[in-house]
Design a protein around this ligand. Structure first.
Ligand code: OXD
Length: 310
């Protein structure tokens, strides 16, 4: 029995060291140095090329190194075995910090001061918005979205949420679903936080029609998946609506190609998929726990639902 590890993140060595320490009694085989393919029963991976992953014929479980599993789920070339995702409190705190930072930038107009500094201009602002002036909507109320919504609500923002399933009894703020629900949800929002996962149903979800329903000076933050936004529609929308702003952390193609229109679109702020980087220690701790629960009790924690695709 052994475990295969694959990722190509810059902190890969830290992962290998941490995994070897935690799984001291198990054999970790780091791709491409595989000694015995057939003895591998578990994979701990992030975006492993499928042609490599599928060579492990005796795999029982795949542990994703991140919250998202779109690199693994429902792929014709992969076996339909259980997939376990990370549900890490540290990651959701990181995501919350990122989102809050961009809400505050927008709310306090911090970028204007950057411009003013370039021009040595001293210009006070008296039109500052307070937290309870802002309607903030969370698109996707899962593990991360639900947490962000609750904390923002505690901080006095006016919160509402949109989700695939009915969440009315779960939260102390309004929740919406369905296409009528979406209209009512979007029309009053100052800030839309998109946390939709990549599924067949969410492809290009935020398109021209949906963008039109948002306020003309809305801030759109995308920390879900790039596939959920129709990128061409967003560029067109932003050219027409000069006060619309977007903060984008995820993209259809990553790294974002040099020729991509987003780079030159005014009011788009870009970060390289780093709103919630997986924390090595807490993730390893969690994978180890889930692995042991499976080995001792045959229970699979944080198992992904193949039908829902997340
Ligand atoms: C994740 C991610 O899914 O970082 O965890 O995108």
């Amino acid at each position: 029995m052994s475990i295969v590890f694959y990722c190509n993140w810059p902190n890969k060595k830290e992962w290998i060291k941490g995994l070897r320490k935690k799984f001291a009694k198990e054999k970790i085989q780091v791709w491409p140095n595989i000694k015995n393919r057939d003895e591998i029963n578990y994979a701990i991976v992030w975006k492993m090329p499928h042609k490599e992953l599928k060579k492990f014929k005796n795999l029982k479980i795949i542990f994703s190194l991140g919250a998202g599993v779109d690199h693994l789920i429902n792929k014709k070339d992969l076996p339909k075995i259980p997939i376990v995702r990370i549900k890490d409190p540290v990651m959701r705190e990181r995501m919350y910090n990122y989102v809050l930072c961009h809400i505050l930038n927008y709310q306090l107009k911090i970028f204007d001061y950057l411009e003013n500094k370039k021009n040595k201009r001293w210009k006070e602002r008296f039109d500052i918005l307070d937290n309870n002036d802002l309607n903030v909507g969370i698109l996707g109320l899962g593990y991360l979205g639900g947490y962000i919504a609750k904390l923002l609500k505690k901080n006095n923002y006016k919160i509402s949420g949109f989700s695939r399933t009915n969440k009315t009894n779960k939260y102390n703020f309004s929740t919406y679903r369905g296409s009528n629900g979406l209209n009512n949800f979007l029309k009053k929002l100052d800030i839309v936080i998109n946390l939709l996962p990549n599924t067949t149903a969410t492809q290009n979800f935020v398109d021209a029609k949906v963008l039109k329903k948002m306020k003309k000076n809305c801030l759109l933050i995308n920390v879900g998946r790039g596939s959920t936004i129709n990128e061409k529609d967003l560029i067109k929308h932003m050219k027409k609506n000069k006060n619309f702003e977007a903060v984008l952390d995820v993209f259809k193609v990553e790294p974002l190609p040099k020729k991509h229109g987003f780079w030159n679109t005014k009011n788009i702020f870009i970060t390289p998929h780093s709103s919630s980087i997986t924390n090595v220690d807490s993730a390893i701790q969690q994978i180890y726990l889930n692995y042991n629960v499976y080995k001792k009790q045959k229970k699979i924690r944080n198992r992904v639902n193949y039908l829902q695709q997340y």
